[in-house]
Design a protein around this ligand. Structure first.
Ligand code: AMP
Ligand code: ZN
Length: 134
């Protein structure tokens, strides 16, 4: 539990939420400001700020897939974004790791635009990353 963390307070039952799934390690609840019907957040019960501190949280994946399929079946929706923001530049507003499951009904719900460019020094860039994954 981290003081002043809104998701820790939800996990502790101190503030209400619309829970849709819970197990030993994970809770999922509706986003309070949904982008579309069924927009759900899947959250580890243990507080970490970002994915960079989540290497031991391999238990996140099964609940994400379970809840994604639950949303798909509940609303007969085949299209869905699953995304996760780290840091303010990436759009993170709540500093407790969470995955957004956002069903897409007509494609207008989210406006994602990537400013693509030609790759520069891709071999060197790949090696810089590869050297840190060893
Ligand atoms: P992010 O910008 O990725 O950090 O997303 C944070 C999300 O948390 C936003 O989509 C908010 O609508 C959502 N949120 C904030 N407070 C609550 C809350 N009390 N219950 C449910 N969702 C919340
Ligand atoms: Zn927290």
């Amino acid at each position: 539990m981290s003081e002043d963390c809104v998701f820790c307070k939800i996990i502790e039952g101190q503030i209400p939420s619309n829970k849709v799934y819970e197990d030993e390690n994970v809770v999922a609840f509706l986003d309070a400001n949904p982008v579309s019907k069924g927009h759900t957040l899947v959250v580890p019960k243990a507080h970490v700020d970002t994915v960079f501190d989540a290497e031991s949280m391999e238990y996140m994946w099964k609940p994400i897939v379970k809840v994604a399929n639950a949303i798909r079946e509940a609303f007969d929706v085949e299209d869905m974004n699953i995304n996760q923001n780290n840091g303010s530049l990436a759009g993170q507003e709540v500093d407790h790791l969470h995955f957004h499951l956002t069903p897409r009904y007509d494609g207008s719900e989210i406006d994602i635009s990537y400013n693509r460019s030609e790759p520069e020094n891709a071999d060197e860039v790949a090696e810089q990353i590869r050297s840190k994954t060893a």
